[in-house]
Every structure is written in structure tokens, then in C-alpha cells.
Ligand binder design. Structure first.
Ligand code: ZN
Length: 156
């Protein structure tokens, strides 16, 4: 039995209390789209065996739409989140990868955020080390640092 927790009212709802809304995170075909692109938007739906992102409505509860990430084989639920999200939150991807480390999104599925923050942190570290090195020689000899400051003042 499928049980999804509604992200709005917090009720762990049985599937008889919910109404399915199909695949989540569909991108609407724009006005410049061709027939094939519009057909794909209207009719082509993913039906993966495994991790799937879906829309559900808490029909016999608060009545609101929400998104759920679950496994279509085992009915394992990785999480539910607001229908206002254009992509699953990072916590959902974290839950999926914790359960299935080898999971990769099928074409058309939302992709987990790339670790760009790591690159920034590693770039920031050498700067911090450079500052630390500069402080260590000046800290024991405080007088030369003041002389430098005076020298700069005179130069300007
Ligand atoms: Zn609800």
C-alpha cells in the first residue's frame, strides 16, 4: 500500500485518500515549438522502473497538489514536496542517493544539483593559507608591520 505524507497538512495519507496526477516537472512546449515537440509535451510520459517523480493531490484531505519521489517497483517513498517547486529539493536527491547510490536520472527526469560549492571552497582555501602565512611572520615582530604602515603613508 502506498502512503504519502502531504507536505501541506502533514497527514500520512493512504493512496485511497489521494488522486494521481501523472509525471511531475513537465516542461510546457513554447509557442515556437514544432509539432513533434508539442506532441511529446502532450502525450509522451516516462514510465520508469525505479525512481519516479510524480504529482499527487490530497483529494480527500486538504485538496492541494504536491510532488512525490518514489520507487515504482518497491513503493519506497523518498519524500514529498511542494508542487510549487520546479525541481526536487536537494534533500530529495540526498534521500534517493542514500537508498540507491548508483541511481542516475533517466532522460527527462530532473538531475541532482552539481557540486559547484566544493570548487569554490577549495579555491578559497589557498587564499586563507596565504593570509595565515603572512600573519605568522608579522605577529612576533609587530614593530616592522607598523613601520610598513608608516612607509605606505609617506609614499601616498
Ligand atoms: Zn494535505
Amino acid at each position: 500500500m502506498l502512503i504519502l505524507t502531504c507536505p501541506y497538512c502533514g497527514v500520512a495519507a493512504d493512496e485511497t485518500e489521494l488522486a494521481p496526477g501523472g509525471e511531475a516537472h513537465l516542461r510546457r512546449a513554447g509557442p515556437a515549438a514544432g509539432e513533434a515537440e508539442f506532441e511529446a509535451y502532450m502525450f509522451h510520459r516516462a514510465n520508469p522502473r525505479g525512481v519516479h517523480f510524480e504529482r499527487w493531490r490530497h483529494a480527500f484531505g486538504c485538496g492541494k497538489w504536491f510532488h512525490a519521489a518514489r520507487c515504482t517497483m518497491t513503493l519506497e517513498v523518498f519524500g514529498t514536496y511542494s508542487a510549487q517547486c520546479t525541481a526536487p529539493p536537494a534533500a530529495i536527491f540526498k534521500a534517493i542517493l542514500a537508498s540507491r547510490p548508483d541511481w542516475t536520472p533517466t532522460p527527462g527526469q530532473p538531475e541532482p544539483p552539481k557540486p559547484a560549492a566544493r570548487a569554490r571552497k577549495s579555491a578559497a582555501k589557498p587564499v586563507a593559507k596565504g593570509k595565515a602565512k603572512a600573519k605568522t611572520p608579522t605577529a612576533p615582530a609587530a614593530k616592522p608591520a607598523k613601520a610598513d604602515a608608516k612607509g605606505k603613508g609617506d609614499a601616498t
